[in-house]
Write a protein that binds this ligand. Structure first.
Ligand code: PAF
Length: 282
């Protein structure tokens, strides 16, 4: 934080706007798209890298989460990020830290149910990053669609006055959403994982064609199982703002899914309005 405040004080005096891109590192083109977008709309871009222990469950991958700060810093610099802040845990969580932010409703289903406490950890660290950096706006990928909804709700509820911008999911040419967790996939798993965006794309088309939602979701789950996914946490059609499940197509909708291939849990989502798969967004 010591390096953080002096630079930002100068920017504030100069009346410059500040965009924040919070990350856990292991950066890829999806993160760089956030930085590029941030540069286009703010005078200054601050990125953070912090692998937040609060958002990992006891049996999750905190210990093996990929860490490559030197490569990350080089990528951020190449994309014109003005400042990289790598807080240590004690800067964010002082001894005796006892505060947790829980966003009711939108946090509770889906990943909230599959990963108890996960969104409390996300909301708490994002609130800490927001209060340390005090950005004018902050960018998050739509890839973590529920996380984006949780952060929007928290920011509104706490009156933080920060504009939250959701950026379209970046995908490889074959459709797989970029994710730091893709590093865990073997070549064979990487190939089989393509069934996830494909199943969502097919389900989106079927729903737009008027097929019954429950049959479409069952078909998508079947497709994942056939491709070799093990545990399927959910495949659901939800309201895009509240993430409440929809039994019939209505309003602004999102298809969301989480499933595990090998030992790697992948999530993905697709708008039901735009049913066409493209490398940038679905
Ligand atoms: O999406 C992530 O990388 C993390 O959940 C975030 C928002 C940086 C909070 O740790």
């Amino acid at each position: 934080m010591s390096a953080l405040q002096p630079a930002m004080a100068d920017w504030r005096v100069a009346g410059e706007s500040i965009a924040l891109v919070p990350t856990m590192g292991a950066l890829h083109a999806g993160h760089m798209a956030l930085v590029d977008q941030a540069r286009g709309i703010a005078d200054r871009v601050v990125a953070t890298i912090f692998v937040n222990p609060l958002q990992f469950g006891a049996n999750e991958d905190l210990g093996r989460y990929p860490r490559r700060e030197a490569d990350d810093a080089a990528m951020l610099e190449a994309h014109g990020c003005d400042l990289l802040w790598l807080p240590v845990a004690s800067e964010l969580y002082p001894p005796g830290f006892a505060t947790s932010i829980a966003v009711a409703g939108v946090s509770e289903r889906w990943d909230g149910a599959a990963r108890p406490g996960h969104f409390d950890g996300v909301a708490t660290v994002v609130a800490k990053l927001f209060t340390a950096v005090r950005p004018d706006l902050a960018l998050f990928g739509e890839k973590d669609f529920q996380q984006l909804a949780v952060i929007r709700r928290m920011t509104l509820d706490l009156g933080l006055g920060i504009e939250i911008i959701g950026a379209a999911t970046v995908r490889d040419d074959d459709g797989l959403a970029l994710s730091s967790r893709n590093f865990y996939l073997s070549d064979d798993e990487r190939q089989r994982a393509l069934a996830l965006p494909q199943a969502l794309g097919e389900a989106s088309s079927s729903i737009r064609a008027g097929e019954p939602v429950s049959a479409v979701l069952d078909q998508a789950k079947h497709r994942l199982t056939e491709a070799g996914f093990g545990r399927i946490d959910y495949v659901a059609l939800v309201d895009a703002a509240t993430l409440e499940p929809l039994a019939v197509a209505a309003g602004e909708m999102r298809l969301i899914a989480a499933a595990t291939i090998g030992t790697t849990r992948l999530i993905d989502n697709i708008s039901v309005v735009s049913a066409t798969l493209s490398p940038c967004d679905m």
